[in-house]
Design a protein around this ligand. Structure first.
Ligand SMILES: C[S@@+](CC[C@H](N)C(=O)[O-])C[C@H]1O[C@@H](n2cnc3c(N)ncnc32)[C@H](O)[C@@H]1O
Length: 203
């Protein structure tokens, strides 16, 4: 299958990405699965090593069609909420019945959760090139309680711009976060892309 959207997504600015995901939604799962989408499983498997209570409610931020939720569920996390800015992507996720609460919001407004609502937030394939801006990193981290976990990924395109890794390093070096896990590995192997996955603990 031709990589219709994978060829386009990384050239799209974060402000235009909603249009792209609106038209990609119905073929997103097929295209990324055919390309071996591995980051959700890598994050889910890493996260389960740091969370003893698998019933902890997790916010799957930028849940899209639910592939990230599926990976979290497959390692035992059963209480998942999903949030995204694309109603078309969320419409596909709804059919999978993975999330207790599934909401769409306008990215020009505040993230519609209250402070310390979630002890664990994931942003899998969400922040960086072709999706959410780096500001989302600060916003999500600020919403966690002390000892809260933030599990996220940056793909090769995102890692090509040093501001993303510098942000993570700044949080760790300034004592705001502890790096529990960082690993570089497969993202979309058939499209020759890798990603870093991270788990940060809020200090
Ligand atoms: C590559 S998809 C990843 C979806 C899902 N997490 C997965 O692993 O398949 C990126 C998702 O981020 C969403 N997104 C883009 N900008 C966002 C923002 N500012 N806030 C929340 N989600 C955003 C898109 O709508 C899309 O569903």
């Amino acid at each position: 299958m031709e990589n219709n959207y994978l060829n386009k997504v990384y050239d799209v600015s974060t402000s235009d990405s909603r249009e792209l995901y609106a038209s990609w939604a119905t073929t997103y799962d097929q295209e990324v699965i055919e390309n071996g989408y591995a980051t959700p499983d890598r994050i889910a498997k890493a996260l389960k090593e740091y969370v003893s209570d698998k019933s902890t409610l997790i916010l799957d931020y930028g849940c899209g069609t639910g592939l990230s939720g599926l990976a979290l569920q497959s390692v035992g996390f059963k209480n998942l909420d999903g949030l995204d800015v694309s109603k078309e992507m969320v419409r596909i996720a709804e059919k999978k019945s993975l999330y207790k609460s599934l909401k769409v919001f306008d990215p020009d407004t505040k993230i519609p959760i209250y402070s310390e609502q979630y002890k664990i937030i994931t942003a899998i394939g969400v922040i960086g090139s072709g999706a959410a801006p780096l500001k989302v990193f600060d916003d999500l981290f600020s919403l966690l309680p002390p000892s809260g976990l933030f599990a996220f990924s940056f793909n090769d395109h995102t890692l090509g711009d040093p501001i993303y890794e510098e942000k993570v390093e700044h949080y760790v070096d300034s004592g705001r976060a502890a790096m529990l896990h960082k690993n570089y590995g497969s993202h979309l192997p058939k499209a020759n892309l890798k990603s870093n996955i991270y788990i940060l603990k809020k200090l």
